[in-house]
Ligand binder design. Sequence first.
Ligand code: GDP
Length: 652
Amino acid sequence: RGGGPRGRGGTQGAFGRGGGRVRGRKSKRAKRQEFEQMQAPAIGGVKVPRGNGQTITVRRGATLSDFADKINVDPAALVQVLFHLGEMATATQSLDEDTFGVLGTELGYDIRLVSPEEEERELLSSFNIDLDAEAAAEDEENLRPRPPVVTVMGHVDHGKTALLDAIRQADVAQGEAGGITQHIGAYQVRTRHEDDERAITFIDTPGHEAFTAMRARGAKVTDIAILVVAADDGVMPQTIEALNHAQAADVPIVVAVNKVDVEGANPQKVRQQLTEYDLIAEEYGGETMFVDVSAKQGQNIEDLLEAVLLTADAALDLRANPNKDARGVAIEANLDKGRGPVATVLVQQGSLQVGDAIVAGAAYGRVRAMLDEHGTTVQEAGPSRPVQVLGLDSVARAGDTFVVAPDDRTARQIAEKREAADRQASLAKARKRISLEDLNEALAQGKVETLNLILKGDVSGSVEALEDALLQIDVGDEVDLRIIDRGVGAITLNNINLAMASDAIIIGFNVRAEGQNAEVADREGVEIRYYPVIYQAIEDIENALKGMLKPEYEEVETGSAEIREIFRSSKFGNVAGSLVRSGTIRRGAKARITRDGVVVTESLEISGLRRFKDDVTEVRDGFECGINLGSFNDIQVDDVITTYEMREIPRT
Ligand code: GDP
């Protein structure tokens, strides 16, 4: 991208007076402002009100339309402005930082691209809840160890629910608290570990569905995953799916080899099978802890808990400051007939207190009461503690983040802002997160470096064949093709959630996403491509990837001519009377001049080409012609004019 468009924009800010939007009846001053803005020189015939350097934030991946919305102008006008700045874009196409930069400079706005998380931070900081400053000011001294948060995943019927039950029973604090009686979406147990009693928090919804759904919404809740594999059944499709989800989220895994009580159970085989997926048992020199358990008989559950703590201590630094306002995530919520909206939140930092004003997603309120998994009321909940919260005005969604606000009013205002942002985002969702068609562009803009794929097929043979073939595609070093999940059967909500969380494209080979799933994919902008034959899928992806590779150009000489005589013309400047020596000289071609083999100048253009008195478009070798090089006049007899063009090098 040249410096031209940018340079031009430098002073534009001076034209703007205030900018921004004018609502309702316009005051005299507002009218005057508007008038002044309209006096700003039109860009390519389009008049757009100018900013005066104010900062406008838009979400990463935002389009001209999104930006147009923020400054209250017609998106079509911005398309035109951009066009005149030498950039082509449609109103609904995502733009990269550079393009927004050029546009912002031209229009007098400082456009900042932010991630949804940053946007959230910004929203909060506009209410004086500054998470960044908070994190920066966090003193090592204030950090205390916190319990790991664990999700149990695995194939259906391998014993996830049974294991969560067995772990509940293994709680050494049971006696005092009277056992875990309430399902609130998560529970905490205590276990003895090297003379200490330590707590572990379990998400009480088995399976990776909830895990991925939350991740798709940007919430990271799980520190460690327990992968349950039944020893009498071995590794099954959802085992792999669960594993993929955990690995994609960079969450360490502890493997619970379950049902070791069953006759014919073969725990070693599970270890062997999983080596294929980079889960290598410690006893084989790997890093993953495998524990043989029987959920049904409550066997070895303590060992499993111990393995979780050892893995957490080895792989993670789980600490948080309990002495500040609470922040965390809502993991479950429902509308209770008697108690109104109830949300289970997992506190991640700080401590939540009864009486705090909180906002969880678009729900807000004052914490009226808190209950734990024993049904006991609690006054305070620290890091990694799940509690049911009463007192919100509406039902939060799983995965919504929550924060404590300084007062009720602020909580309400944050909730309202979030609701408005949600509404906008759902409007914007209509477009695809990533699609094969725009891969090329996404790559050129540096937005993606990896093509993540999820493969689903009708039989495992074809999925494997497809995967093998895809992995054979030579994509070079610039892009990375990753198959993050594969499986047999229809495209599930789960697949779609993973695609959302990882910006993946789903390939359906003889299978489809049905009903609601197709709707969700559509609404969330997840691309699903259906193929009846493998080679078509491969061809499409190969082509998309090749397009995805930034084109490389090489210079190709198209013609050369020798200057024989120079005609001086007051009207055209110097004209080089030349003999074409090779190839063809075309009008408009790029040209350079060499004198005795040394380049005199580059980047000229054949601006005029004549044979006798006629303007011609090209002259072949062996013919004489008059060549005009625009304003460049420093030519001499015997100089050689070489024309060339830049050709894209085809990829092999
Ligand atoms: P989920 O689908 O993964 O949640 O599996 P469940 O926890 O519902 O267990 C599926 C079936 O396996 C149930 O009938 C359980 O009683 C049984 N089961 C679970 N764990 C064990 C175990 O350790 N030993 C035996 N023999 N059966 C088990």
